[in-house]
Design a protein around this ligand. Structure first.
Ligand SMILES: NC(=O)c1ccc[n+]([C@@H]2O[C@H](COP(=O)([O-])OP(=O)(O)OC[C@H]3O[C@@H](n4cnc5c(N)ncnc54)[C@H](O)[C@@H]3O)[C@@H](O)[C@H]2O)c1
Length: 441
């Protein structure tokens, strides 16, 4: 099949590469020329395990191409995926300008039947709007070309994106009618999914759009739920990890997304919960659960920063080592990462920061450049040099079993605040550290 991915970010690049690897001819269209030039040379704009090798092979075999030529990309494909960003506006609603501008271009250049696939996370009703925009553009050209707009939300997790494409929990496809041409083509496109026994759900477009928001909001709700309980554990001396474990063993509850920490981040959860909240409000529906998810998350970052402040009896002049800056392990993505808020608070209170992350430091440096107060270590152990405290903000595997003896030797005072509860408190204390976690000691 001939496919165009509009937007070559986390979603477009990974999905495009995986679709090319299945034998499709894929054109990745982006407006960022530098990004595409680098991609042609095999330089990936993002860190995602396994992506470089897969992309390189498909570029070499000429199934994966990159272009900034919108007209060519639209005219030479049967299926056009919209994978551009849908960032939040100041009021929390979703900025759909990128999506609508792609829809306009499709209407402007479309020359024969196309399936337009909304893969970006978009509020309920967007597929209808995309369809309307394309129709208006066609009308301006006096064209009556047939097309279908399909909603196919993406559920990949950064850090496991390729695996998620190859073996998704489910694929959701929303169509306008139950008998349109696009259904067969989407079935064919996702044949590899059904081949590995994973389901494709065909539904209407609004339900498909809502499934994405509802799924992310539910996962975020679980995190905020356990995070808020961690405050109580902290006060009364219970252990939140034990609470999660005991709850998670209930088969009705399950253990995933029930780990207390420094709050959720990333390009999806915060903006998608806010986006859903706005949709509920616009439709005059009760929405208190959804505001609570967001508020609890903001409070959690503050809770972590204040814990560190109280452990150090004030932050002014203190040196804080931070391990982990990305919003989660195995990605270089720092969008909405709790580390952004927490590091900012530390700096405002006069602390000096020594930071380390295996993949996210280049992105973090764009927001917090190296300075007298901010040092970036080449190795995790560089960051702890002379520090008053080490805090863990992302649970990268390599932080799980470090050389505690070396850390202790390098730190000014052996103190760890485990913002992701990755350590066993007893073991760390036996190593000679003062230890605190989130909702456990
Ligand atoms: N990142 C994730 O893990 C993830 C997971 C599921 C869903 N999503 C959703 O997928 C969408 C894309 O997310 P992302 O993280 O890949 O975004 P991203 O910001 O990484 O990439 C978007 C790309 O689109 C390009 N772009 C913008 N307008 C364009 C235009 N008119 N023509 C061509 N290119 C254009 C940008 O240059 C950028 O490269 C969002 O709606 C997001 O919510 C993301």
């Amino acid at each position: 099949m001939k496919i165009t991915m509009v937007g070559t970010g986390y979603v477009g690049l990974v999905t495009g590469t995986c679709l090319a690897d299945m034998g499709n001819d894929v054109i990745c269209l982006d407006k960022d020329e530098e990004k595409l030039k680098n991609l042609e040379k095999g330089i990936m704009p993002i860190y995602e395990r396994g992506l470089r090798d897969l992309a390189e092979r498909n570029i070499r075999e000429k199934r994966l191409m990159f272009t900034t030529d919108t007209k060519k990309a639209i005219q030479s494909s049967d299926v056009i995926f919209i994978c551009v960003g849908t960032p939040p506006k100041k009021d929390g609603s979703v900025d759909l300008n990128y999506v609508f501008s792609v829809a306009k271009s499709i209407g402007k250049y479309m020359n024969n039947y196309k399936i337009v696939v909304d893969k970006s996370t978009v509020p309920v009703g967007t597929a209808e709007k995309v369809e309307k925009i394309i129709k208006e553009e066609l009308k301006k050209r006096n064209k009556e070309t047939e097309f279908d707009v399909v909603s196919n939300p993406e559920f990949l997790r950064e850090g496991a994106a390729i695996k998620d494409f190859q073996n998704p929990d489910r694929v959701v496809v929303g169509t306008k009618t139950k008998d349109e041409k696009s259904i067969k083509i989407m079935e064919r496109l996702y044949r590899s999914t059904t081949r590995v026994g994973r389901p494709i759900i065909f539904t209407d477009r609004k339900s498909a759009e809502l499934i994405k928001y509802a799924s992310n909001a539910m996962l975020a709700a679980r995190i905020s739920f356990i995070n808020q309980l961690s405050h109580l554990c902290d006060k009364i001396g219970a252990d939140i990890k034990e609470v999660s474990k005991g709850m998670g063993l209930d088969s009705r509850i399950g253990s995933r997304f029930l780990q207390a920490g420094a709050g959720f981040g990333g390009s999806c959860f915060p903006k998608d919960v806010s986006g859903l909240l706005m949709t509920l409000k616009n439709n005059k529906c009760p929405s208190s659960i959804f505001s609570a998810i967001i508020n609890a998350n903001e409070e959690q970052k503050l809770f972590v920063a204040e814990k560190v402040e109280s452990l150090l009896h004030g932050l002014n002049g203190k040196t804080i080592a931070v391990w982990g800056l990305s919003f989660k392990p195995r990605t270089d993505d720092i969008r909405e990462s709790p580390s952004l808020t927490i590091v900012k608070m530390f700096l405002e209170k006069g602390a000096k920061l020594r930071l380390f992350d295996p993949e996210a430091m280049d992105n973090f440096k764009k927001v917090f450049p190296e300075s007298d107060n901010i040092y970036y270590g080449k190795k995790p152990y560089d960051a702890v040099e002379n520090a008053d405290i080490l805090i863990i903000l992302t649970e990268w595997d390599e932080f799980r079993e470090p050389d505690f003896g070396l850390i202790k030797k390098k730190m000014k005072s052996p103190r760890i605040f485990d913002g992701r509860n990755i350590y066993n408190p007893e073991e760390i204390k036996e190593e000679g550290f003062e230890y605190e976690g989130v909702g456990r000691r």
